[in-house]
Design a protein around this ligand. Sequence first.
Ligand code: UD1
Length: 336
Amino acid sequence: MSVLVSGGAGYIGSHTAIKLHESGRDVVIADNFSNSSERIIPRLEKLSGCMVPYERADLCDKAAVERLFNKYSFDSIIHFAALKAVGESVANPIKYFNNNLISTLNLLTAMRETGVRNFVFSSSATVYGAPASVPITEDFPLRAVNPYGRTKLIIEDILRDLKASDVNFNAAILRYFNVVGTHPSGFIGEAPCGIPQNLFPCIAQVAVGKIESLPVYGNDYPTRDGTGVRDYIHVQDLADGHIAALDRLQAKGGLLTYNLGTGCGYTVFEVIDAYEKASGKSIPVEVMPRRPGDIAECFADASLAKLELGWQAKFSLDDMCRDSWKWQKNNPGGYE
Ligand code: UD1
C-alpha cells in the first residue's frame, strides 16, 4: 500500500514526499508539472536513496485519475496539487474553480470507488480571511476573501460533508501559515515560475541578484515597524506536521483540523534583517503602497496540533533564511 502525493513534484509536496519515505511509507507522486519540473525526480531519488514512482497526470482528467487508482494500491492520499496565486485567481476565477475543485472531486470519487479512506488536505490560513484578532485558533470564523481562498474553503466544506455522510471516511485539514525554507541539503526547494509574488522567494532573488530591489508593501500597518506580520514556518516542520496528521488518521481516523504554524509573527523588516544575516548580502528595499487584500497581522495558535499530534515547529526564522539561501545560491535557475 502506498501514499499518493498529488502535486508531489511541487514545493511542499516534494519535501513531504521525502519525509513520507523516511517514515517508512511507499510513495507515488502524481503531478501535471504545470508549476513544477520533472527534473526534481532524480533529486528526490538521490535524497531518498531509491526509485520514486511518479505519474504525469492531470487530476482534472477523470480517466487519468481512474488509471492511477487502477495501477496502484493506495491507503491514503495527501492532496497538494492546486493553483495558488491569489492575484491570478482574482483575474481568472473560473480557472481556479475548475482546476482546484474538479481535481479534488475526481480524487475523492476515485477514493470512494476503490475504498481508500484517508485524505490529507493542503488548506491555508487564508480561510480565516481578515481575522478579528491574533493568534488564530481553529474555531475562528471562516471567510474567503478571494477565489483562491474560496476553493480552499469549499474543499474544506466538501470534506466536512463527506465525513458526515460516511463514518469510514477520514480527513485531516491542515491550515498552513507562511511556508518557507527548503530541505537542508539545498538540493530541492521552491522554484516559482515567473516573477515570484511571495516574500521569501522575492528576497532570495534580490539576494542572488536576479531582482534589483524588494518591494515592501506598506509600512503604515499598526504593527511594531509598520510592515505586515506573518507566521513563517519551515517547510521541513510543515512536512513533519503531515506525517503526524497521517499517523493519527491511520491510527484513529476522524475529521481533524489543525493550524500548522509556529505561533510567532515576524514583520517584513525583521525577515529582511534575518535574510541579510544568513546570506551576507544586502537587500535593497523600496517601500510601496499596501498590496490590495493584505492584512496587518496573521499568526497561529498551533497548540491543538501540539496537544493532539504531539507536533510542534522546531526551526527558527534564522534556520528558514539559512536553508532558503543555500538552495537559492546553489540553484539560481531553480531546476532548469
Ligand atoms: C500569500 C497569500 C495567501 C496564501 C499565501 C501562501 C496574498 C494576498 N495572500 O500570503 O492567500 O495562502 O501567500 O501562498 O497573496 N510582502 C512584501 N513584498 C513582497 C512580497 C510580500 O512586502 O514582495 C509582504 C506582504 O505584504 C506580507 C508579507 O510580506 O505582509 C508576506 O507576504 P506573502 O509571502 O506574499 O504571503 P501572504 O500575503 O501572507
